[in-house]
Design a protein around this ligand. Sequence first.
Ligand code: ATP
Ligand code: MG
Length: 416
Amino acid sequence: MSGDKRLAFVGDDPAFDWLKLPQVQALFKLLNRDGEEVRIVGGAVRNSLLGMVVKDFDCAATAEPSLVMHWAHDADVRVLPTGLDHGTVTLLIDDMAFEVTTLRTDVETDGRHAQVAFGRDWSVDAHRRDFTMNAVYLDKDGCLHDPTGCGIEDARLRVVRFIGNADRRIAEDYLRILRFFRFYAQYGENFRREDYRACIAAQKSLSTLSAERVGVEMVKLVQGPFAMAALHAMHVGGMLGDVLGSVPRLSRFSGLLRLASSLRLKPDLSLLLTALCVEVEEDAQRVAKTLRLPNRIRDIMVRLVRGYRSVNDPSEAAIQTLAYLHGKEVATSMIMLAIVDRRLDPDLTELSMELHGLELWSVPDFPISGRDLLDHGMAPGPEVGSCLSRLEARWVKSGFALTRSELLSAKLMKCL
Ligand code: ATP
Ligand code: MG
């Protein structure tokens, strides 16, 4: 079988320790037989070469999906037909998932869909993958196979490089434009100028992609450690606004990253996207739709954009009030957004202590209920709810200091 360029043994490299996991060994045992072979490829190998955490296991196998499923059934391994059309099944071995794709060659492509045929040639399989760093294979003996000849080196040097001619590879699948920037955001120190130019030249084709696929890549991109550089490259190329469905505010985004790093906090997806491109509530709705974000993320973006303008001082009391009203995470995000948006200049050491202190703070419970008001002689009706809200606002304003009896005192109730 071809495609065995640049064999390198990594079986004793601690970054590849996962190779010894019983689940991984079981996978090899299951699919390496009768002349068939499975290798790990993609993210797991790339991340290990970079000394980064491995999140999921993509595998390439010579066995066709029907045979993979048959062997899995025989061995009582659960199988999910994740993408049978293009030769992918997921094997669940104990608590670990392995996405197994039969070696393929793309027969016909139109930029959005590919017709595939199964093959037995590792090199052909490698050359239909997107970037050199994603086409390095690890076999059961701990040897790396690098059919493109530069995957290992590019991974180590963090160069995102299209396999083959970039224009042609993009025309086969337009999503590769976004994957190019996404991998740059996650791993990149560098890319090739001609690859970048090919992405920019083909940007109009992005509008033909499904929002789901665009969303998956952009969500990973904005969370990457080099997101700022990748977003900047997209912006300079004129494609960022259309992809996001909103006007990008790169300086605010980079301000957020700087602030987060000074405070040793990790901004979550909703905060990153709000800082990047949400000015008003409609932006949040539109961006969520454009990127098919989960409703939970959309709702937090809406809350952030509604709330952050009222944050004036990031004092401990103000932070606790926000945490009571919105929850600790949203409160922290709101404070950070307000600081970068309004260019506030707080004492960062103090702020860091306050925000980290919030993690230990237990959110107090409002000590009275509607029942208490009724017990104190209030007539049932809508006034009970509104009186309770006003008392709660009073209590919050007091720094949660007013006690139950103070709240219920006739004096306080009267003054409301
Ligand atoms: P992640 O860590 O985000 O999962 P990954 O490299 O594993 O990164 P996947 O989307 O899981 O990315 O894809 C697995 C592998 O399949 C890739 O490494 C690449 O080899 C190949 N691949 C995925 N999408 C494409 C594509 N659009 N064009 C060509 N090859 C692709
Ligand atoms: Mg993967």
